[in-house]
Design a protein around this ligand. Structure first.
Ligand code: HEC
Ligand code: HEC
Length: 198
């Protein structure tokens, strides 16, 4: 009996310590983040709009999404583009500051004149497959779910294929199951649709 109580108290104490640890973080600082993001701009662009193929835009992405992706790279659960090595040099405060900076940047401009058939096919699939229930009505992202609107089609296609095959592990398995039944043609259509959104 005593054993159980002391275990329970230990548990509560651990919980409280974790809470305190969370509160010990300073509020994310976008100005500090801008300075810390200098090293990122070579690939992700000065204002988070990348001009390098295969490198995602970070502008206007939800801060939690950027933060969680950086944690995943740091912990080697996600790999690619040397991001594991880069994320390993950042503290969690750096990650939060940088995320705050990029999330406040102007989103990528929508691509006008994309293939209209693919766009409407992509829109239909996004509704049927409930992509917008997580990624937002305009696929603008929310909380830990990344923004898809305006993202480069090449990046979108590669990532969605990797999530489908499991080559890219996702944090909770929800995205892998959302991608499982998609064909290459559907992925292409959704990428074109997302690229056309503001
Ligand atoms: C050498 C080029 C390069 C540099 C420098 C770089 N990145 Fe990246 N980053 C990439 C590439 C390429 C990817 C895509 C990786 C993949 O294929 O999965 C990526 C992916 C990301 C992602 C995932 C975004 C998403 O929507 O999935 C985040 C977040 C990120 N980088 C943040 C940063 C930050 C913050 C820095 C600076 C501290 C930085 N990167 C520096 C090339 C770079
Ligand atoms: C249950 C919620 C949910 C649903 C439904 C969902 N997604 Fe996702 N999606 C996520 C999360 C969370 C991530 C981040 C994955 C991770 O690293 O854990 C993600 C990541 C992605 C990425 C990679 C973006 C990037 O910047 O790295 C693409 C592309 C994507 N989703 C497309 C889609 C499409 C298309 C659909 C509909 C077929 C869809 N998603 C449905 C939650 C969802």
């Amino acid at each position: 009996m005593f054993f159980h109580i002391s275990k329970a108290i230990q548990g509560v104490a651990f919980f409280l310590t974790s809470l305190l640890a969370i509160q010990a973080w300073a509020a994310p600082d976008a100005i500090a983040g801008k300075a810390k993001a200098q090293v990122c701009s070579a690939c992700h662009g000065e204002n988070g709009i990348s001009t390098v193929a295969g490198t995602p835009h970070l502008a206007a992405q939800p801060p939690l999404s950027i933060f969680y992706q950086l944690l995943q790279f740091r912990d080697q659960r996600r790999k690619g583009g040397s991001m594991e090595a880069i994320a390993a040099t950042l503290s969690e405060q750096d990650m939060r500051d940088i995320a705050e900076h990029y999330s406040a940047q102007t989103p990528p401009s929508p691509l006008a004149g994309g293939d209209a058939t693919k766009i409407s096919q992509g829109q239909k699939i996004a509704q049927q497959q409930y992509c917008s229930s997580c990624h937002g009505a305009q696929l603008q992202g929310q909380k830990h779910v990344p923004r898809l609107s305006g993202q480069s089609t090449e990046y979108f296609v590669t990532q969605l294929r990797n999530l489908r095959s499991g080559a890219r592990a996702d944090m909770d398995g929800t995205m892998a199951s959302a991608a499982r039944s998609l064909t290459d043609e559907e992925i292409e259509a959704m990428a074109t649709y997302a690229r056309s959104l503001p």
